[in-house]
Design a protein around this ligand. Structure first.
Ligand SMILES: Cc1cc2nc3c(=O)[nH]c(=O)nc-3n(C[C@H](O)[C@H](O)[C@H](O)COP(=O)(O)OP(=O)(O)OC[C@H]3O[C@@H](n4cnc5c(N)ncnc54)[C@H](O)[C@@H]3O)c2cc1C
Length: 299
């Protein structure tokens, strides 16, 4: 534990927690004065600009169970302190949730990915976070732990508005994320955002996960997540409902019009959203066809 000055604010203490219980006890003992720290890539610059409220920081990036990635009870379980680099290197993620790799490989620099954590990214609630959009598209849930226990919440429910999440990082910890592993007949793709494969990116980000039925002709499931620099990641429930059950060619035909309409209501550039949706849908469809059930054969 040490004290130091960052910008205009004097931090009284930097505490490295070794367990979830220890971190919660520290937050409780310094009610409202202490805040969690993951990799610090978002919070420390904020504090340096004099924007933070915390006088004490609780580093949770070394809590062992929060740094693990595993398969448990039909879920891929990812600890809140797992770094973006860990995600890139973990074989389980490559096999079970390739959309996360697609999300993270273009985020920041290698040194940023080495520090930044999954929980820190979610709690920062940035509209153009590729990781958050990918996790919402994969229907991930977050485990929020406080002194009264732990509960799982759908990830999209954590976002309030750009820069604000429902997780109170002065009192509770985002301890883990869980999602269902990649299944047969499923495809997923992410388009847009800050950077897309070496190109300068736009201001809109869109994720699609689709599931084909046993015939491989109809959409059995569809998730679409849309976000922009000014918003939070949001599921396009109306579009999903309208297209589920349709043939893939009907869905391809209808998708741009429906996405344009909803994007307009959300004040997100409609044309950009529609063309990202088309690109993501085509890629996800191709992936799903390659992974179709053996009885379907390859299409
Ligand atoms: C140069 C640079 C480039 C960047 N590029 C990108 C980019 O390309 N894409 C992108 O999305 N972001 C980018 N960011 C933003 C930032 O790095 C990410 O949002 C990052 O994932 C934050 O993670 P962290 O662990 O560093 O969070 P921290 O800074 O440690 O914390 C962020 C917030 O989360 C809270 N918190 C941390 N851990 C927990 C926990 N376990 N439970 C509850 N609350 C917690 C903190 O209290 C704080 O409010 C960039 C930042 C920098 C400085």
């Amino acid at each position: 534990m040490l004290s130091f000055t960052t910008g205009r604010r004097i931090l009284k203490e930097y505490f490295v927690a070794s367990s979830i219980e220890e971190a919660l006890a520290y937050l409780s003992a310094h009610h409202g004065e202490a805040q969690l720290l993951g990799g610090g890539t978002h919070l420390l610059p904020q504090i340096q600009r004099g924007e933070g409220v915390a006088q004490r920081l609780v580093d949770v990036s070394h809590i062992h169970p929060m740094t693990k990635i595993s398969l448990q009870d039909d879920y891929l379980l990812i600890g809140g302190a797992v770094t973006l680099e860990d995600l890139l290197e973990e074989e389980l993620v490559r096999q079970q949730a390739p959309l996360l790799l697609e999300a993270v490989q273009d985020m920041g620099s290698p040194s940023l990915r080495h520090l930044a954590t999954v929980a820190g990214d979610i709690v920062s609630a940035e509209g153009l976070s590729r990781l958050s959009v990918a996790l919402v598209t994969l229907e991930a849930e977050a485990e929020i732990t406080n002194l009264t226990g732990a509960q799982w919440l759908r990830l999209e429910r954590l976002f309030v508005r750009r820069g604000l999440s429902r997780v109170d990082s002065t009192a509770e910890i985002l301890t883990a994320i869980r999602l269902h592993p990649w299944g047969a007949g499923q495809g997923m793709a992410l388009e847009g955002g800050q950077r897309t494969r070496g190109q300068a990116g736009g201001t809109v980000l869109l994720g699609i996960a689709l599931t084909l039925d046993a015939t491989g002709e109809h959409l059995a499931g569809l998730v679409i997540t849309l976000s922009s620099a000014e918003t939070i990641p949001q599921r396009l429930g109306q579009v999903e409902e309208a297209l589920e059950g349709q043939t893939t060619s009907e869905a391809l035909h209808e998708l741009p019009r429906l996405v344009r309409q909803v994007a307009q209501e959300l004040a997100i550039p409609p044309q950009e959203a529609a063309s990202l949706a088309l690109r993501a849908f085509r890629r996800a469809l191709e992936m799903a066809r390659k992974r179709s059930l053996p009885s379907q054969g390859s299409r």
